[in-house]
Design a protein around this ligand. Structure first.
Ligand SMILES: [Zn+2]
Length: 257
């Protein structure tokens, strides 16, 4: 494993990493909370993050929503305050440009903030859903979410069956989304860029090993070493530092080569 830092990295290492990305048959990115921190969205698990204010067991399970939607909506309103009005940062923009340049073929994200799409990425798999829609669990209606929905004191109701709506995000106790499409996308992936996530939580945790076991390569982009410190994380290149600097660094090296 070679370590690349925004400052002081031997240029050969960066050139070698860029050459691998440029020559990959199919490169895909796997992203998590770390790519959105610079957009003002703290990692839910970090100090001051959503889960330290609202215990997931007490607020974020499917069972809580079904039993006490008013209580669950206290969390959802806080989620709205966390996510609404945010803009993509340099990490999102670098990944969007990588797609435009044909360097990566898609993004699998654990984030529900829609910032990859806002940055211009078009092929985004959202494992945990999105906050842009509200969902009716009774009749499967999806409604475009507005700021009002997240700010009003009343619980939004389904326009068809009047059941309480929930954000279209995966609650604890609900199945994750798009796994079949993600596995199909990764079937011929030979380079996975793992960015802003320790990839310790299922199902994201299983994806690097899936690529690796088929002979693919892994690059890690994190502020602190995470994936590559685990037994599954046999990483070719570890980009250490702010993902808003390391992802553009690799992009520029690819475009320069
Ligand atoms: Zn309904």
């Amino acid at each position: 494993m070679q370590v690349i830092r925004p400052a002081g990295t031997p240029p050969e290492a960066l050139t070698a990493a860029a050459a691998l990305l440029r020559s990959a048959r199919k490169a895909v990115a796997l992203t998590g909370a770390g790519v959105s921190v610079a957009s003002g969205i703290p990692d839910f698990r970090s100090a001051g993050g959503l889960w330290t204010v609202f215990s997931p067991d007490e607020y974020a399970t499917l069972e809580v929503f079904q039993r006490n939607p008013a209580k669950a909506w206290e969390l959802y309103r806080a989620l709205g305050r966390t996510l609404l009005g945010r803009s993509p940062n340099l990490a999102h923009r670098a990944l969007a440009e990588m797609e435009r340049q044909g360097l990566i073929q898609g993004i699998i994200t654990q984030n529900v903030d829609n910032l990859h799409q806002q940055a211009g990425s078009t092929r985004v798999f959202e494992i945990h859903g999105d906050h842009q829609h509200l969902q009716c669990l009774h009749c499967a209606t999806l409604v475009a979410a507005t700021a009002d929905h997240y700010q009003a004191a009343e619980i939004p109701r389904c326009p068809h069956c009047a059941s309480p709506l929930k954000p279209n995000v995966v609650l604890f106790g609900e199945p994750v989304r798009q796994l079949e499409a993600i596995h199909a996308c990764l079937a011929d992936c030979d380079l996975l860029l793992v960015a802003g996530t320790s990839a310790q939580v299922y199902p994201a945790a299983a994806l690097p090993a899936l690529v690796r076991d088929r002979g693919g390569r892994l690059f890690e982009f994190n502020r602190e070493q995470a994936l590559s410190a685990t037994e599954h994380g046999q990483v070719e290149f570890l980009f250490l530092g702010d993902v808003g600097r390391t992802l553009p660094l690799l992009l520029r090296a690819c475009l320069a080569g």
